[in-house]
Design a protein around this ligand. Structure first.
Ligand code: S3P
Length: 446
């Protein structure tokens, strides 16, 4: 699951993006659909699952702990769960590849089972902080031995019964929230998470959908999410909506390449995920929602995006949790906007698959764009819609979103941009380059 051999790729500018695109299934929802199906009693079916490396790492781990997971020739995934409390001792280490979501959520699940699991990952994942989940899960009774700095590889010994806790999130993180709620599934009593700043709520929605007793209340301290433990989950038929984080690249690409006019179908627009749409509209992007509907308990619409003249903004810091994965794409939009866009309050970007503040600042600077870093964000000065110089060689640092963002940046650059490794796109969007070729065929190159 690691990219031993880098695949460099040089991207030149192209003509307008036109036509329809259907983005792959939401990564966050795909992980959760496999995990909860694997804990239900009976057969669940999942349609539209993201078949990227991160989600496949979750599938492999759930199989290693006893679930039966098969992909039918119809593309539907069928999962026979083991029941809450029924996870089995994995025979070998769980290879999480590049996936922080798999790691942190599965650490939660293992915490309240009487099994021991070793978590390993690639060079990027092995640098990421796990202390944020180690702390609360240890309080619930997990015995965790991590590598120095609270990193992978780590070994986690779960416990039955685990101890229910009430935990206020010190960082706005849906992964930490979800790890605790998943640990709470097999913990007697009520486990509570208080989030002062709301983060993506897919776990809450899906746990309730599977029949867990879960309540969400607003309080002076923030949202209080309570889960009753020793739950019984009922199998479900799930349709995974399209991933707004994948749609982000096409929203920005169509906005910056003159003449573009596309429809991105089936985009999940859960308000805890839709911050980029708000930010791009503040910049003047032309994005209209069509056919708003509900898919798998989540709001979804088709988005028509046309090229537009973008203006710099100060990105409202309160949007950060709802667009945390979209900042690299936003910085590319900013590089083509009129004026200097300033994004602050986004320090979490430093602990993603790469340090996304430094990675994007370095990549854009190498392509002739003026950037300046803050500890918690970035300022990017745009061209006012003209091509950026381009011509740089970009280090992607095993980070899929850096690779895709800089591929988009190249689409209206004066000189081609080289990615040192395009391989990481497979973690979340294996068909990214094929889709780009369909929207903006190379023959149309300017
Ligand atoms: C995710 C939560 C976010 C996000 C990640 C997926 C999830 O991470 O960046 O890509 O599925 O819960 P944090 O919880 O670290 O903010």
């Amino acid at each position: 699951m690691s990219h031993a051999t880098p695949s460099p790729l040089t991207m030149a500018a192209r003509g307008p993006l036109t036509g329809h695109v259907r983005v792959p299934g939401d990564k966050s929802i795909s992980h959760r659909s496999l995990m909860l199906s694997a804990l239900a009693v009976g057969e669940s079916m999942v349609e539209g699952l993201l078949e990227g490396e991160d989600v496949l790492a979750t599938a492999a781990a759930m199989r290693a702990m006893g679930a039966q997971i098969e992909r039918g020739s119809d593309g539907v995934w069928r999962i026979h769960g083991v029941g809450v409390g029924g996870l089995l001792q994995p025979a070998t280490a769980l290879d999480m590849g590049n996936s922080g979501t798999s790691t942190r959520l599965l650490m939660g699940l293992v915490t309240s089972h009487a099994i021991t699991a070793t978590f390993i990952g690639d060079a990027s994942l092995s640098k990421r902080p796990m202390g944020r989940v180690i702390d609360p899960l240890s309080t619930m009774g997990a015995d965790i031995t991590a590598s120095p700095g609270g990193r992978l590889p780590l070994m986690l010994r779960g416990i039955v019964p685990a101890v229910p806790i009430t935990y206020t999130l010190p960082v706005a993180s849906a992964q930490v929230k979800s790890a605790i709620l998943l640990a709470g599934l097999n913990t007697p009593g009520i486990t509570r998470v208080i989030e002062p700043v709301p983060t993506r709520d897919h776990s809450e929605r899906m746990l309730a959908g599977f029949g867990a007793q879960l309540t969400v209340e607003e309080s002076a301290e923030g949202r209080v999410i309570s889960i009753h433990g020793e739950a019984e989950l009922k199998p479900q038929a799930i349709t995974v909506p399209g991933d707004p984080s994948s749609a982000a690249f096409w929203m920005v690409a169509a906005s910056i390449v003159p003449g573009s006019d596309i429809v991105i179908e089936n985009v999940g627009l859960n308000p805890t995920r839709a911050g980029l749409v708000t930010a791009l509209r503040l910049m003047g992007a032309d994005i209209t929602e069509q056919d708003a509907r509900t898919v798998g308990g989540e709001p979804v619409a088709d988005l028509r995006v046309r090229h537009a003249a973008l203006s710099a903004i100060e990105v409202p810091a309160e949007l950060a949790p709802s667009m945390i994965d979209e900042y690299p794409a936003l910085f590319v939009a900013a590089a083509y906007a009129q004026g200097t866009t300033i994004a602050r309050g986004a320090e979490e970007l430093r602990v993603k698959e790469s340090d996304r503040i430094t990675a994007m600042a370095t990549a854009l600077t190498a392509c002739g764009v003026t950037c300046s870093e803050y500890e918690d964000g970035l300022a990017v000065t745009g061209t006012g819609g003209d091509p950026i110089p381009g011509g740089g060689r970009v280090e992607t640092h095993l980070d899929h979103r850096i690779a895709m963002s800089m591929a988009v940046a190249a689409l209206n650059a004066r000189a081609p941009i080289t990615l040192d490794d395009a391989g990481p796109v497979a973690t979340s969007y294996p068909t990214f380059f094929a889709t780009l070729d369909a929207l903006a065929p190379i023959e149309q190159a300017a």
